[in-house]
Ligand binder design. Structure first.
Ligand code: ADP
Length: 267
């Protein structure tokens, strides 16, 4: 397995667990979606996986090695993180920002070499942002900035890409661009992708496996179509839903219709 979490537990305050005995595994080239209601611990889970927060119990294993056993920048050569675009401001050009992804390979005052520039070029091409190279990141649209942040992550040539809500706040077209890119990176480049999302339909579209967190700190994990059932989603989100499917060019696409709140009168 490429990424494994065994019995991960975390709390910010004593006796108020956010994550309790969370386990999952995901293979090289697979996509894992992390879903659950607001405030359930999705971002916290990513921060723990990346070592920004320490697990109280349990262990995260990347390519057979425990996260805390990676030394220096070696972890960031294998694992790249794409933070939420809407929380970022960069005063740099697109090209400079993408090149920052080479940081794990460069000494403190070392300038990027020809090889670094070539890798940055490839990352920009893969994400379709090469035409924006001279634009200032502070002036980009949300969709463009998201692609630039993914290009920056790819610049480290990682095996694993961890993304925090990569398609939140984007319009339909840009959401599809990001989802298509996730599919391409996993199928063609064999990258393992872990992403948090608010959209079960996006998990159904691209994720091989899904981790569905609930408000009690626990989680369901398994193949996406076995986890994102009407029954499980209604229980976790407390909303009556219907899954509507539509076939297009031989592929079945699912849409989730929220019908009514469960356990609360409509105000
Ligand atoms: P999600 O990403 O699913 O919306 P988060 O991981 O951001 O959820 O938050 C999970 C819970 O932890 C929430 O109740 C949130 O209020 C709490 N929380 C998040 N960050 C902190 C923090 N730095 N200190 C204390 N509590 C936090």
């Amino acid at each position: 397995m490429n990424v494994t979490l065994r019995n991960g537990c975390f709390s910010y305050a004593k006796d108020q667990p956010v994550l309790e005995n969370i386990s999952f595994d995901v293979d090289q080239g697979e996509v894992l979606a992390v879903l659950g209601p607001n405030g359930v611990g999705k971002t916290t889970l990513l921060k723990c996986l990346l070592g920004f927060l320490g697990w109280e119990k349990g262990e995260a294993v990347f390519m057979g090695k425990r996260q805390e056993n990676f030394r220096g920048s070696s972890f960031w050569k294998e694992v790249a993180y794409v933070p939420q675009a809407r929380r970022q401001t960069f005063p740099y050009s697109v090209e400079e920002t993408v090149l920052l992804g080479r940081t794990p390979y460069l000494g403190i005052f070392e300038k990027p070499r020809r090889k670094d520039l070539e890798i940055a070029e490839k990352a920009m091409r893969m994400t379709g942002v090469e035409g924006l190279r001279h634009r200032n990141c502070a002036e980009l649209s949300g969709g463009e900035l998201q692609l630039v942040l993914i290009a920056r992550a790819l610049c480290a040539e990682p095996s694993i890409l961890i993304m925090d809500e990569p398609e939140t706040g984007l319009d339909f077209r840009n959401q599809l661009i990001i989802l298509n890119l996730i599919e391409r990176l996993s199928h063609e480049e064999k990258l393992t992708v872990v992403f948090n999302t608010h959209y079960p339909e996006h998990a159904l579209e691209v994720a091989d496996r899904t981790l569905l967190l609930d408000n009690s700190g626990k989680a369901l994990f398994g193949k996406t179509e076995e986890i994102l059932t009407t029954e499980n989603m209604e229980a976790v989100f407390s909303v009556k839903i219907r899954i509507v499917t539509q076939e297009e060019n031989g592929k079945v696409h699912a849409s989730i219709l929220p019908l009514s709140l469960i356990g609360e009168e409509k105000r």
